[in-house]
Design a protein around this ligand. Sequence first.
Ligand SMILES: [Fe+2]
Ligand SMILES: [Fe+2]
Length: 318
Amino acid sequence: MAEEMNVMVEASSDIEAQQIERIEAGELFENVEDLSPGYREALKQVIHIAAISEVTVLTWAHTAYDTAPDIGAKIAVCATIQDEVGHAHQQGLLAERFDVDIHEGTFHDDIAKIFTWPIMEVPIRNYVEFVVAQCLLDRAGLHWTKDIELHSSFAPYRRTLRKVNFEEGFHMRHGAHWTEYYWNKSEETKAAVQEAFDWLFPHGVMWFGKPDDLKSRPAMLQYQIRKWTNDFMREKWLQSACAFAAKHGIKVPAEYDEDQKKWVLTMPYPMLYDAENYSWSQEQCTQKEYWSNARKGGPMRPEAYERLRREEWGEKLW
Ligand SMILES: [Fe+2]
Ligand SMILES: [Fe+2]
């Protein structure tokens, strides 16, 4: 998804140059009509992709529901799913201002058109994996949405993401709390936490898309739809995820570099994953190879989207 967000819009005309000048001077925009064609198109694509991604998160989180060990855990999974429905709804409403019909895209369009983060098409195997996913991947998602809330030049987008970010923060802290609990509960649950980290940590690394030097025309940054670059966000996430792991003694493919005073990756980057076996090749591949593998989709395609169309997160959930 992040890779898809490398929106291809060229800011060549005077109108675009003037718009960028105003953005760089710190101006915030309230109405779609105030945006230059290039900016409008870039924003439309970003919001469209973001809204669809929220929709795909909820079908994925749904796979954790049956694994939840008790009523409290089931409530937590349900709350998460309902939050994600809300995120999709909020961003869907915003998308409508750009004449994008998220309802159509979610319920009627060709499923082949839906592209999301690869991990969203791999079922969650057990409840420990779910809380570790919250701990690592909601942490990653929060970097994306927090950046937009803090820095977007389109003011309605900032406001839309405020509540979304409170909820993503809740998901992350919920995940961190229960990851710690299972890490300390028994040898068996400790091993399950480590196994979930081994599978999900590299997905966190890949969450932020291509490295900055491979991006050609970053319209998102030009129009300040967001401010942080992929590399900057990946780095922030890495420091935060590694600090959490180190505090508890969970193994991650990174080590603390005393000279640089920060965590650095020790895993091959990027590498290919095997979604059937929940494993990583541990051998370096090219970015191109990684993304073309990701585009093939995971084992839940197309079932996850059919489930979505039956609205299985609704009345049937309880
Ligand atoms: Fe969300
Ligand atoms: Fe979330």
